[in-house]
Design a protein around this ligand. Structure first.
Ligand code: GKR
Ligand code: MG
Length: 433
């Protein structure tokens, strides 16, 4: 069995005006669907980051994939040269999926997921059962809360209903969380911070704790918006709320800054773990992060760490070093959610609930035949089907692809959206506070 066709489908997915320290989300997020067809008539699919950078890498990889045996993933890895690339792979200045330094790994990860989908279909097993079996029966996810402007995503006649409404105060964030938990049953809460004055964000976390109690661990992630000083101040103010299964994620830029924050928090008696998906994005970052005590929890992501098996390896490494493992998320559709769920179930070390943007996407954009993936008590069960368990609605794909073609932009640029809608002079300043 070899791969005889490789098609690449760029997609535009409606996205609400969510805020982060990067700026504001555009009306459409960019994603890519890939499809591999084998000589045995089996089709494998995967979802990847979108936009021209991701597309270019996938098109370059295509010539190595055509004619390959889907089982020969190591051979592909070596021929493609997706090892860690030199250069700034941090996500300090570039949003995930836009950094050219991990573009090769991202392309490989998509092909790996599609090949595992093929292999699973060939042997009649779900992907996580091919990779050592299930460390847990279902993949738990967290309620991923965002400050946001009014709007449900999309534009003009294509605008989506604004399910969560404007959310720029602590009180409206509690309402957002209540609604999300009622709908999905999440048991962990993540607040995207770095948007409002830290005092308001502290108040938001406190209100969330008052509303949901200590059985809902809390995390806050300002994506490097704070100085070391501010990070320590916020950490100390929230020492109760961020302990007991919670964490402080990428409060400031760089491993040195994170190490200093950790030192000062510990010296003040606050043992709050620091987590990262900004300063730590690849295997090369692990030892410096560990040696400097800068990061205690690594946020993996099968999309940019090099695939599902790379996250398994990362999990083993984290276990050896006494570090925790969680999972990062960007905007995505149900196919990525399934990739993340298989990854989580096949990775014993994944002991934190994974992040997901899925609640922010609208059902009318889902490309899975049969509609959106369902959550039970905040977790996704692995479908009782071989491979990733995804059946694609190709008419829907064609519509999202057509929408992509009509979009004027080809990469995610949250700062440009800020200038367009909020403040014409807006710049990403780090640290802002
Ligand atoms: O969607 O704005 C966003 C997030 O800020 C995302 O881009 C981050 O990569 O969620 C991510 C994170 O945990 O840093
Ligand atoms: Mg993060």
């Amino acid at each position: 069995m070899v791969i005889k066709e490789f098609s690449i489908h760029p997609l535009a997915v409606a996205d609400p005006p969510l805020r982060s320290s990067y700026g504001r989300h555009a009306p459409y997020a960019l994603r890519t669907l890939i499809r591999l067809d084998t000589t045995d008539g089996i089709c494998g699919v995967a979802e990847a980051h979108g936009g021209e950078g991701s597309l270019a890498a996938l098109h370059a990889l295509r010539r190595l994939v055509l004619g390959m045996d889907p089982f020969a993933l190591h051979d592909l890895w070596m021929r493609w040269g997706a090892e860690e690339a030199a250069g700034d792979r941090t996500q300090t200045w570039m949003v995930p999926g836009e950094n050219p330094h991990d573009a090769r790994r991202r392309a490989f990860a998509a092909v790996e997921a599609a090949c595992l989908d093929i292999i699973g279909k060939a042997v009649g097993k779900p992907v996580c059962d091919l990779l050592g079996g299930r460390a847990r029966g279902a993949a738990p996810f967290s309620a991923y809360l965002f400050y946001k402007h009014a709007g449900g995503g999309g534009e003009g006649a294509d605008e989506r209903e604004d399910e969560y409404g404007e959310c720029l105060t602590p009180e409206s964030m509690v309402r957002q969380c209540r609604r999300m938990i009622a709908q999905y049953g999440f048991r962990d809460i993540k607040l995207k911070g770095g948007v409002l004055d830290p005092e308001i964000e502290i108040e938001t976390v406190r209100l969330l704790r008052a509303e949901f109690g200590p059985n809902y661990p809390l995390r806050i992630d300002p994506n490097c918006a704070w100085s070391v000083e501010t990070s320590v101040r916020v950490g100390l103010a929230l020492r109760e709320e961020l302990s007991g299964g919670g964490y402080l994620e990428d409060p400031c830029a760089g491993l040195d800054g994170m190490a200093e924050v950790r030192r000062r928090l510990l010296a003040a008696g606050a043992d709050i773990p620091l987590a990262s998906n900004v300063a730590v994005t690849g295997f090369e970052d692990i030892l410096p992060a560990w040696r400097g005590h800068a990061v205690q929890i690594v946020l993996s992501d099968p999309h940019y760490w090099g695939g599902i098996r790379a996250v398994q390896r990362l999990g083993d490494l984290c276990r050896c070093l006494g570090m925790g493992l969680s999972m990062h998320s960007n905007n995505h559709l149900g196919l990525s959610l399934l990739i993340m769920a298989h990854t989580c179930c096949a990775t014993p070390a994944m002991e934190f609930a994974c992040d997901t943007h899925y609640p922010w996407q609208h059902s009318s954009d889902e490309i899975l035949a049969g509609g959106r993936v369902q959550f039970e008590n905040g977790a996704v069960r692995i479908p009782d089907r071989p491979g990733l368990g995804a059946e694609i609605d190709w008419d829907r794909v064609a519509r999202l692809e057509e929408r992509y073609r009509r979009l004027p932009y080809r990469r995610r640029d949250d700062a440009a959206e800020m200038r367009k809608h909020v403040d014409p002079a807006w710049q990403r300043i780090l640290p802002r506070w």
